[in-house]
Structures are given as structure tokens and as C-alpha cells.
Write a protein that binds this ligand. Structure first.
Ligand code: 6PG
Length: 463
């Protein structure tokens, strides 16, 4: 009997679809699930010569070519450690475990070290694209030992989505947890963009009184232009979906869930000292949204009346498009800034042009703008806001973001992420900030000292 090239452990929808994708691309694959019934049902439906199920880890391990490649598609956290614990007894020197989940990169680093002591390889590979991407081509973000990558590269390349030029959306990123780190930042950017889109929806719905179907058409329009992206594309059917006379979206509870990668990105930004205001505010927005009862109570205490924006809608949607586009650029710029700092501190040597390329297909944040980023990053400059092309666009259109944020504020429409994109931009592009005043206050109450602009040294004043 021919041995399998790879195994997948974990047959929730993502695992099932990844396994089918691997089998559909001509690789023999073995699968296992803790609940055998799930595996049997999956095999009944999709089993083939290339896709076989196993009821226990020992026979699963025996079914594999050496070095064995075992892919994990299970919930991040302790479940990963317990599977590693159970499977390692059936593995031999040089065998490889690949974690395809949304694991914390620090856990990936620890697991790699721990398994190295047992002469086993542990490798982290971020997978983006949801259920559909896993089946038809995800964006893959692999990080870890280079030789290990080379063993799994042919499989990864064959299942990945394609970029705008038809190349595979996968590239070797760097050592240890870099793949999972990149996936975490990807998700952070995803949170930021989704929040800004929700703010745009809120302005059109509550400021202009538009129905979901009308907003759907505006997103359809945006998706024809510079904002062309997967998220704008799916906004169209989501907002247009009807249930009888009503729009489904109007009946969806306004409380957003989160699995934690956005929060992790925000925590990382604080720990590494990188301003990630758009992403962080988008996490807060989800947090506020989840306190539905409190919001309902407070809305009665702080009744705001109805604010209707009187602007010409057609004109305004163009302004809003520019504002959202700048917000998207700033969200990416902040995400890349965190990657730059992490890459330096961890010695990953991340290639930003390649990252912009592998995000062009399959993943949730795939967008037309990534084509420009791929080209711009070739220069070696890593800060998007320092690039003349980006500066030109922002200089010409930033007033639109200022207008949208100002108008929203005047009309009691919250723009947590759009306003923080704007405010962080205003702050980091001013030559002289107001932090001199902070220093004065610190020195007054705590003799914390300050530096001066007119002479060298450290000073304290009796203010
Ligand atoms: C992807 C998605 C995927 C998942 C998120 C959802 O890239 O395919 O980001 O990883 O849908 O984890 O995250 P939240 O539940 O935190 O929104």
C-alpha cells in the first residue's frame, strides 16, 4: 500500500477543507479526528484513494512516508500540546509536526524548542482564507526551520491560492514563530479594516438613513475602484441579503465575537512599543459591542436624538471612499510597522514585498492595494508612510478623512478606528508634538527630568 505524504489531525471544517484541498492536488493524505464519528462521516463523503481516515494515532503514523509530516488543524492553546503529547510516541527522528492553526507565536517558539530536544521538528504555518480558502486555495504564512520548510514546500505550493500574477501565495518567511506572527498581524489588520467598514456602514445607515440594500450598492461601487478587496466584495451580498421584506443584517445582534488574534496583536503593539491605534480601537469596538445590556441602558441615559447628515449623498460617498482608503492604508502601515520592529527584534528578516504578494490571494485581507505595496516595498523602505507615492496620495486626500471624522463627531456617530487612523496620522506627522508639556508635568510632580531643545544634557526645574 502506498504511504501518505501528510496527515491532518483535526477535522472541523477548516481541517476537512484543507485535507480535501491537499488530496485534490494529488497528494495522498491520512486524516484523524479525536471523535471518530466525525472522521467516519468525513471519509464517507470525501474518502478516496488519496484520502484515508484512521481511528488511532498509531496507525495514522504508520500510514505516513518518512519523514512523517503531521499537520494540526485544531484549536490553538492546550489542545495542541495534548495532541503533540499523544502523537510523539509514534514518531521518529526528523519527523515534522506543522501547526496550521492561529497559535500564539510564542507557543510555537516554545514547542519548536521542546520538540527539538526529541529530534522532532515543529513548524508554524498561518493559514488564511476561511473555509472557502482552505478548500480552494488559502494564503499560507510558513515560519520555522528552513530545511523543514523545504520538506513541506511542494505540498504548500500546490494548495496555495495564486497572487495577481499567478504565483503561489506562499513563501518562506523566517525562523521560529514568524509564520504565526504574520498570521496574527494579518488578523489584526483584518479587525481594523472590518471596523472601519462598519463605521462607514454606520455613517450611511444612521447619518444618511440609508437601507442596507442601498449601502450594499455603495460597497459594490467601492469594490470597482481602489478599495477593491475581498472584504468589500463580501459586504455586497451581506448587506443585500433579505428575509422576506427585511434585510437580514438588521436582525443580526450588534455584538461582535472574537477569538483573540486581534487582541493579541494589540497586546504585542504595547509590548513592542509600536502605535497600532486602528487595530487596538477595533478590538475595543468589539469589546464595547459585547456589552449590549450596558449600551442599551446608557443609550436611555444619554439620549442623542436623531442626527441626519444633509450632505449630497453622491458627493459624500466619494469623500467616504477616500477616507476609508486612507484608513486602510494606515491600518496596513501600522501592521507593517509592528512587523518591522518584531522582525528586527527576533532576527526574522521578513521580506515585506513578499508578504504583500502572498496576501494578494486566498486571505481575508486580500486587496488590490497590495499590488502597489508589493512594488513599493522592493525599495527596501519598510515604513509605508515614508514612501513618496503614499505621501502624495495622502496629502491630496487627507482632508476627506478629516471631513468624515469631523462630520461624524458632530452628528454623534462613532468612528473609533477611522478617527484613530486620522489622529495617529496627525500626531506622527507633526514636527513638534505637545509631549514637552507632558515632560514639564512629569518633572514638576516627580522630578523626572527633561531634555532641552537648546542645550545638551538632562535638566530639572523648580517650576
Ligand atoms: C482568516 C481568518 C480566520 C478566522 C479569524 C476570525 O484569516 O482566515 O482571520 O483566522 O476567521 O480567526 O477571528 P475572530 O473570531 O477573532 O474575528
Amino acid at each position: 500500500m502506498n504511504k501518505s505524504k501528510i496527515a491532518i489531525i483535526g477535522l472541523a471544517v477548516m481541517g476537512q477543507n484543507l485535507a480535501r484541498n491537499i488530496a485534490n492536488n494529488g497528494h495522498k493524505i491520512s486524516v484523524y479526528n479525536r471523535t471518530t464519528k466525525v472522521m467516519n462521516e468525513f471519509i464517507d463523503e470525501y474518502g478516496s484513494e488519496n484520502l484515508e481516515g484512521y481511528e488511532d494515532l498509531c496507525t495514522l503514523a504508520k500510514s505516513l512516508e518518512k519523514p512523517r509530516i503531521i499537520g494540526l488543524m485544531i484549536k490553538s492553546g492546550p489542545a495542541i500540546d495534548s495532541v503533540i503529547e499523544s502523537i510523539t510516541q509514534f514518531l521518529e527522528d526528523g519527523d515534522i509536526i506543522v501547526d496550521f492553526g492561529n497559535s500564539n507565536y510564542q507557543d510555537t517558539i516554545k514547542r519548536e524548542k521542546k520538540l527539538k530536544e526529541k529530534n522532532l521538528k515543529f513548524f508554524g504555518c498561518g493559514v488564511s482564507g476561511g473555509e472557502e480558502g482552505a478548500l480552494n486555495g488559502p494564503s499560507l504564512m510558513p515560519g520555522g526551520d528552513k530545511e523543514t520548510y523545504e520538506c513541506i514546500e511542494p505540498i504548500l505550493k500546490s494548495i496555495a491560492a495564486k497572487d495577481f500574477k499567478g504565483k503561489d501565495c506562499v513563501t518562506y518567511l523566517g525562523q521560529d514563530g514568524s509564520g504565526h506572527y504574520l498570521k496574527m498581524v494579518h488578523n489584526g489588520i483584518e479587525y481594523g479594516i472590518m471596523q472601519m467598514m462598519a463605521e462607514v456602514y454606520g455613517i450611511l445607515k444612521n447619518g444618511f438613513g440609508l437601507k442596507a440594500g442601498e449601502i450594499s450598492k455603495i460597497f459594490a461601487n467601492y469594490n470597482e475602484g481602489k478599495l477593491k478587496s475581498y472584504l468589500c466584495e463580501i459586504a455586497v451580498p451581506i448587506l443585500a441579503k433579505k428575509e422576506g421584506e427585511d434585510y437580514l443584517i438588521d436582525k443580526v445582534l450588534d455584538s461582535a465575537a472574537q477569538k483573540g488574534t486581534g487582541r493579541l496583536t494589540a497586546i504585542e503593539s504595547l509590548e513592542r512599543g509600536v502605535g497600532l491605534s486602528v487595530i487596538t480601537q477595533s478590538v475595543y469596538a468589539r469589546v464595547y459591542s459585547s456589552f449590549k445590556n450596558t449600551r442599551t441602558e446608557l443609550s436611555k441615559l444619554y439620549e442623542k436624538g436623531t442626527h441626519k447628515i444633509e450632505d449630497d449623498l453622491e458627493e459624500f460617498t466619494k469623500i467616504l471612499e477616500n477616507a476609508l482608503y486612507i484608513g486602510v492604508i494606515i491600518s496596513y502601515a501600522q501592521g507593517f510597522r509592528l512587523l518591522e520592529v518584531a522582525s528586527d527584534e527576533q532576527n526574522w528578516d521578513l521580506n515585506f514585498s513578499e508578504i504583500s504578494r502572498i496576501w494578494q490571494g486566498g486571505c481575508i485581507i486580500r486587496a488590490k492595494v497590495l499590488e502597489s505595496f508589493e512594488t513599493l516595498f522592493v525599495s527596501g523602505e519598510k515604513n509605508l508612510l515614508k514612501m513618496p507615492e503614499v505621501a502624495k496620495y495622502i496629502n491630496e486626500n487627507i482632508d476627506d478623512l478629516r471631513y468624515v471624522v469631523g462630520l461624524s463627531a458632530m452628528n454623534a456617530l462613532p468612528t473609533l478606528s477611522l478617527s484613530s487612523a486620522l489622529n495617529s496620522f496627525e500626531y506622527i506627522t507633526q514636527e513638534r508634538s505637545t509631549a514637552n508639556f507632558i515632560q514639564g508635568l512629569r518633572d514638576y510632580f516627580g522630578a523626572h527630568t527633561f531634555k532641552r531643545t537648546d542645550k545638551e544634557g538632562t535638566f530639572h526645574s523648580e517650576w
